[in-house]
Ligand binder design. Structure first.
Ligand code: TXA
Ligand code: MG
Length: 329
């Protein structure tokens, strides 16, 4: 369970912006205004901070997050731009457009923030407070809308307080946001595709690209043919090796994904072993989940045996992700 934090609300000024950068640097959570909606920010390069962010939002699963950066050069340290992405960035950044791109080779963003995907969503916000925080902090900031999962996106500091008080460190109050809806999300992974309508209209994007956006694929049999949640469009990261969940014992040909103290007979038998959290901490486990899965997937084992993980707190999201990975084949 999340410990109750004393959430501070501070008017946006040079002191609160410096505080925000200090809190982000030590893995804390800061809500701040962007031109679209308030975002809940964490250091994108700190897996444990990202895990705490999912927990504060009460996300039932790990949806990939948007990395916010100060300018297009900073974005290029995270992602590979094609010609369409270059055009979109030149036309709409800073502004309410998010672009989904292939991750750059040495992208420093934590695996958990992109839910283990090889793609990353990036955006350069157009709000003086968001920009001041990004510039003071000097690293990418992941920021989903600053609401509890399933609630509407907040456009004032008071909305954020009502939803997240006691769960985050600081709310920087910069007044009501101007756009009021989330950023438009366009994937540039081939033919540009609209993943989420938002602050920049489709027509403006098509004009900048001099071409039509590809249609969002619809979920087979989905009610009303509604689009898939954007995060679902990019195929999930799924290990090639079969996953065996709630494993009580491990075979010599198997790799072991452990949680908490490992029974000694497991260590002797398993082909390779990685522990999500030797001390049984679910935040640490979430931060390690995707990188450990990748590492064990490369071990050439007959299967990855996964020790039982409790369902409380982030355990629910971890187990959700593991179940999908086990079924994805
Ligand atoms: O306006 C906004 O975009 C706000 C402000 C705070 O910047 N942020 C926001 O974040 O709306 P969030 O987490 O509420 O929505 C991000 C969406 C999610 O639906 C997620 O699935 C999608 O972006 N997304 C993130 N990374 C993705 C990826 N690699 N591929 C496809 N979709 C992705
Ligand atoms: Mg949201």
């Amino acid at each position: 369970m999340t410990a109750l934090l004393a959430t501070r609300v501070a008017r946006a000024d040079s002191a609160s912006i410096a505080d925000a950068a200090r809190i982000l640097a030590v893995g804390g959570l800061v809500a701040f205004p962007t031109e679209t909606v308030y975002g809940l920010g964490a250091d994108a390069t700190n897996g444990a901070a990202v895990a705490r962010l999912y927990e504060a939002k009460g996300r039932p699963a790990f949806n990939p997050l948007i990395a916010h950066v100060i300018d297009v050069d900073a974005a290029k340290a995270l992602a590979r731009f094609d010609a369409d992405a270059e055009r979109l960035a030149a036309a709409f950044w800073p502004g309410p457009l998010t672009i989904v791109l292939p991750k750059a080779a040495r992208c420093p963003v934590a695996d958990l923030a992109t839910a283990g995907l090889d793609t990353i969503a990036v955006r350069v916000p157009d709000h003086s407070v968001a920009r001041a925080i990004l510039s003071a902090f000097g690293r990418p900031v992941v920021a989903p809308s600053a609401n509890r999962s399933g609630h509407v996106s907040p456009t004032t500091a008071e909305h954020v307080r009502a939803d997240l008080s006691g769960r985050i460190d600081l709310i920087v109050d910069g007044g009501a946001t101007s756009v009021g809806v989330e950023s438009t999300i366009v994937a540039c992974l081939g033919a540009p595709m609209l993943l989420r309508p938002g602050g920049v209209p489709r027509e403006a994007i098509e004009r900048a690209l001099s071409r039509k956006l590809a249609d969002t694929p619809h979920a087979a049999g989905h009610i009303d043919g509604a689009p898939l949640a954007p995060g679902m469009l990019a195929s999930h990261y799924a290990p090639r090796t079969r996953l065996r969940l709630n494993a009580k014992r491990v075979e010599p040909t198997e790799a072991l994904l452990a949680f908490g103290p490992i029974p000694p007979e497991h260590v002797e038998r398993a082909r390779s072993v990685l522990n999500l959290s030797p001390g049984g901490n679910l935040i640490e486990a979430a931060a390690n989940l995707f990188s450990h899965l990748r590492a064990l997937d490369a071990a050439g084992a007959s299967a990855i045996a996964v020790m039982p993980i409790p369902e409380d707190g982030l355990g629910e999201a971890i187990n959700d992700r593991l179940k999908r990975a086990a079924a994805d084949r």
